[in-house]
Design a protein around this ligand. Structure first.
Ligand code: 2AM
Ligand code: CA
Length: 268
């Protein structure tokens, strides 16, 4: 992708993310009109939908030939990542948004011919912007994030994961995962995949695993994690298909094989 165009997209994306953040903060105490999607705990509100519509409106007006892949379905129905595709989660961590009014993020990944060029994750209530351009490093606000440290000791690792890994599940033997939790230093559950990717890029967690994430949950995060030398794959170590849901692992590259080995131990 042409560097001048990429810089322009980056500036527009950051401007729109801040505008959307202002709208969310202004309206979040109005009635949210909460509905459910795939199950009773998969929430969506009026503001998720309005925020996605805001982005689709801005993008389609400014870049007629760009595509949008968005969680709430106001974008395009894509069967390929050819061209420039904005992959957007208007509110990542909707349950946190509804119940806690914090710990949710706007996630915008911009891909060109399938390559992640720009990643932006905005923690709306903390007013913290994680942002990256491929090959130019990742930033938290104005501070460049250092490359992730070469770590070796899994017993010093903090891994983001939720309790579903420890209950009976269709991916791995829960007893193998219970042992994994004992072997590492600690686990964390933040409830926003985008923020968990951002924290992994920041190096305050060493990795994050999730059983089923969609492209909009991870598109921006992948670019951030790549820029600090981290690695993102599915839980078999395969490259992700960015048009499908996948079980995912993102982490400090030093731990990639070790975490995969643990996931494989009781693989069903
Ligand atoms: P969301 O808030 O945009 O739906 C919660 O652990 C994380 O998983 C959030 O990033 C959430 O994104 C994502 N997620 C993906 N699919 C989900 C589902 N079916 N139900 C709840 N959270 C889901
Ligand atoms: Ca969402």
């Amino acid at each position: 992708m042409n560097v001048t165009l990429r810089d322009e997209l980056y500036n527009h994306a950051i401007e729109w993310v801040h505008e959307a953040g202002n709208i969310i903060r202004d309206k979040m105490n109005d009635p949210l009109d909460i509905q459910t999607k795939s199950n009773a705990n998969d929430l969506v509100t009026k503001l998720d939908k309005e925020t996605e519509q805001f982005f689709v409106g801005k993008i389609k007006k400014t870049y007629r030939d760009h595509f949008v892949l968005g969680e709430e379905g106001y974008g395009d129905d894509l069967s390929s990542l050819a061209g420039t595709v904005w992959i957007i989660d208007p509110i990542d961590g909707t349950m946190n948004f509804v119940h806690q009014k914090r710990n949710f993020a706007i996630s915008v990944g911009i891909y060109h011919d399938g390559v992640g060029e720009i990643g932006i994750i905005y923690d709306v209530m903390a007013n913290t912007l994680y942002h990256a351009k491929r090959g130019e490093g990742a930033y938290k606000n104005d501070v460049r994030l250092p490359a992730l440290m070469e770590k070796t000791k899994i017993n010093e690792a903090i891994i983001g994961m939720n309790h579903f890994w420890l209950c009976e599940n269709r991916f791995v033997d829960e007893r193998a995962m219970q042992q994994f939790v004992k072997d590492i230093r600690g686990t964390r559950v933040y409830g926003s995949a985008a923020l968990e990717f951002a924290y992994t890029a920041e190096g305050i967690m060493d990795g994050y695993i999730s059983m089923s994430l969609s492209p909009w949950d991870i598109a921006a995060g992948i670019v951030l994690v790549n820029e600090v030398g981290g690695k993102t794959t599915d839980i078999d170590g395969n490259e992700l298909n960015m048009l499908e849901k996948s079980p995912i692992l993102t982490c400090n590259s030093a731990f990639h094989t070790k975490i995969l080995d643990n996931l494989q131990k009781g693989r069903k």
